[in-house]
Write a protein that binds this ligand. Structure first.
Ligand code: IMP
Length: 212
């Protein structure tokens, strides 16, 4: 499969979520783009009307690329709990309500797991999904998905990261994402495989569009 290569220059990070923007800027750092976020450009936040991560990533990236006249990279992501049939999934941000109250959203996940009797680690499985979409102003897009699996822990642990990070412990690690420094959560350098869903999607994006 041939991917379109992204030329050096201005790149818009098509997100208004501070946690995501920070992580994407960290991942882009070695590539020397002139990175600006959709928030800094005062771009409107499109309504996420898609029913898949891919559709929502694409609509955010295309809207930002067309509005700014520059290539734009969007991330649509979520926390998917197996015993809850993949919820909150694409509605992960909405579970936190207008105040973005993730302590409440995490409690809600835990209450639903308790209602299902999901008490042993084997029943408390889940993970994060991230889909990155790069769009050019002419409407061309490239899409990449990353996933990470692990255990849903309670009570939440750690103050680092954002969103549902404190209640997720990736397989093969002792710490939750909320207890990890950014480098450990990304788990990725040019020589190491990625750990987080976002870094895994980014690694595929970098290989296809930045190093191709
Ligand atoms: P959206 O992609 O803007 O719909 O929002 C995704 C939501 O999923 C975020 O607001 C977080 O709640 C959650 N999420 C996505 N990625 C992560 C992550 O890396 N850590 C914790 N929560 C995340």
């Amino acid at each position: 499969m041939r991917y379109r290569t992204l030329d050096p220059g201005r790149l818009v990070v098509a997100s208004h979520n501070k946690g995501k923007v920070r992580e994407i800027i960290e991942l882009l750092e070695p590539y020397g783009f002139d990175v600006v976020s959709a928030g800094e450009l005062n771009l409107p936040e499109p309504e996420e009307t898609g029913t898949t991560f891919e559709a929502n990533a694409e609509l955010k990236a295309v809207a930002a690329a067309k509005a700014s006249g520059h290539p734009a990279l969007a991330d649509d992501s979520g926390f998917c709990v197996a015993a809850l049939d993949g919820a909150p999934g694409i509605y992960s941000a909405r579970w936190a309500g207008p105040d973005k109250d993730f302590a409440m959203a995490m409690r809600n996940v835990e209450e639903k797991l308790q209602e299902k009797g999901a008490v042993d680690p084997a029943a408390r499985r889940g993970g994060f999904v991230a889909v990155l979409c790069l769009a050019w102003p002419d409407g061309h897009t490239e899409v990449f998905r990353g996933e990470v699996e692990g255990e849903i822990v309670w009570p939440p642990r750690g103050e680092k990261g954002f969103g549902y990070d404190p209640m997720f412990r990736p397989d093969g690690h002792e710490r939750t994402f909320g207890e990890m420094e950014p480098e450990e959560k990304h788990g990725w350098s040019r020589t190491q495989p990625a750990l987080s869903h976002r870094a895994r999607a980014f690694q595929a994006f970098a290989k296809a569009c930045l190093e191709g």
